[in-house]
Design a protein around this ligand. Structure first.
Ligand code: UD1
Ligand code: CA
Length: 461
């Protein structure tokens, strides 16, 4: 199959410097969603029609690593933009005759491959249009059927602006998506004229040409109307975002995930969950997130490219990125887990603790107000409140090594590069600038003095 995706429209009503089809839905450009649906059909060709100034579209999509572009995309410039029929005309040299052509819109992001397969099945060797019935069909092209009945064959499509009052009463509308036999498409498009109210070459006029040519025009309907809704303004974008997220939430719950409120979750990427996972309100998942069995995520967490093993509890207000969290850990509340963090089993990272590019061994705990950066922390280590690794000397980063069973007193600074030997204890308030030997107490602290007879100064009269 050939897939033609129309994306040359300006999107004026977005009031944005970003081309419309690059606006994000679930963290990815609208156009990427459409291309994904197309790719599921394993087409031989994908042509994207873009407009003048839309080079940004080309570049952004090419740069989008998330795009599983198994089929290379042919970019076709349409300049000027003289209508949907004119847009498809620009792609004709690239279309393969032996397979049908499917037309999609770059700003209709929720279309599903299953619906497109039904549309193709309805077309058979002929042509098919994806239609929906709307309460308020205003603005759309209307599906005119023979005899004016729902069972009559499709005879043509009339645009809102060209429709008679009688035709305007028709509630079955053209979604714009259609499948057409490619050699026929080529011949019909050359016959288009722009003698209509908008002075445009309408793709929709090929329906009447098909009928005149003796080619049957069938129709199919989507599973859900949201699949056919386009984005013309920020309001519609927000509505489709919610529709998308509601669908994702429904799927998660269908697979056994507990969501405190399915209306308050955002998945911008892929979220995989084991059994009995529970997610509280207002969490955002980005990139690839894997949650093991019985993992619970507290309210207001943001997780990006994180793997969390079974039984771990993430308390509210945690921010985690590019991290690998072992089983039965307890993170947060208010923890920041930054890229390159790997926690073994049973690790506790508590409130206002930041961990970056560090490994922390089994059973270790940093429960309050600490910074662990560029460190290798062994198992059963206790990091006291207010402890920080001074990993940056202003020019370079250095590593801190803390071996197993170390106890670090509160308010300790470890000036890297530095190593704390197995079983060592660091006294509270220590500024460690040299390695601390294993098994000993190391403390750097001014001696405490008390002055008997000392008096507070009093105010001069
Ligand atoms: C079109 C259909 C209408 C249908 C409606 C569904 C035509 C003539 N009309 O109307 O029957 O009900 O979509 O939303 O086809 N585009 C280009 N180049 C152009 C013009 C448009 O690439 O020269 C692209 C747009 O970027 C958009 C799509 O085609 O993705 C549809 O264009 P739009 O202007 O929204 O079409 P409508 O007039 O709404
Ligand atoms: Ca439109």
């Amino acid at each position: 199959m050939n897939v033609v995706i129309l994306a040359a429209g300006q999107g004026k009503r977005m009031h944005s410097d970003t081309p419309k089809v690059l606006h994000a839905l679930a963290g990815r450009p609208l156009l990427a969603h459409v291309i994904d649906a197309a790719l599921e059909l394993e087409p031989q060709r994908i042509c994207v029609v873009y407009g003048h100034g839309g080079e940004a579209v080309r570049e952004a999509l090419a740069a989008s690593t998330e795009l599983r572009a198994t089929t290379p995309i042919t970019w076709v410039l349409q300049e000027p933009q003289l209508g949907t029929g004119h847009a498809v005309q620009q792609t004709l040299p690239h279309l393969i005759d032996g397979v049908p052509t499917l037309v999609l819109y770059g700003d209709v992001p929720l279309i599903r491959a299953a619906t497109l397969r039904r549309l193709c099945a309805a077309a058979g060797a002929g042509m098919a249009v994806l239609t929906v019935e709307l309460e308020d069909p205003k603005g759309y092209g209307r599906i005119v059927r023979e005899g004016g009945t729902a069972s009559g064959a499709v005879s043509r499509i009339v645009e809102q602006k060209d429709a008679s009052p009688f035709e305007q009463a028709i509630r079955e509308v053209n979604t714009g998506m259609m499948v057409v036999p490619t050699p026929k498409l080529k011949s019909w498009l050359t016959q288009l004229r722009n003698d209509n109210v908008q002075r445009e070459y309408y793709l929709t006029d090929i329906v009447a040409l098909a009928v005149a040519d003796g080619v049957a025009v069938s129709s199919a309907q989507p599973h859900d109307v949201s699949e056919t809704l386009g984005v013309n303004n920020r309001n519609q974008l927000a509505q489709l975002e919610r529709a998308f997220q509601a669908h994702v939430a429904g799927e998660l719950m269908g697979r056994g995930v507990t969501l405190a409120d399915p209306a308050r979750i955002d998945v911008r990427g892929r979220l995989a969950c084991g059994r009995d996972v529970a997610i509280d309100i207002n969490c955002v998942f980005e990139g690839n997130v894997d949650l093991g069995d019985r993992v619970s995520i507290g309210a207001q967490c943001v997780l990006k490219n994180v793997r969390v093993a079974a039984g771990t509890r993430i308390e509210p207000f945690c921010h985690m990125e590019d991290a690998d969290i072992g089983a039965n850990c307890r993170i947060g509340p208010y923890a920041r887990v930054r890229p390159g963090t790997a926690l073994a089993e049973d690790v506790h990272v508590g409130n206002f603790v930041e961990v970056k590019a560090s490994r922390i061994g089994r059973g270790s705990k940093a429960n309050h107000l600490a910074y662990i950066g560029d460190s290798d922390v062994g198992s059963s280590v206790n990091v006291g409140a207010g402890t920080i690794t001074c990993n940056y000397d202003g020019a370079n980063k250095h590593r801190t090594v803390i071996e197993d069973d170390v106890f670090i007193g509160s308010d300790t600074q470890l000036v890297a590069p530095v190593r704390v030997g197995r079983g060592a204890t660091l006294g509270a308030g220590t500024t460690l600038t040299r390695d601390a030997p294993a098994g000993q107490l190391t403390v750097s602290r001014a001696k405490q003095v008390s002055l008997p007879g000392w008096k507070r100064p009093t105010k001069n009269k």
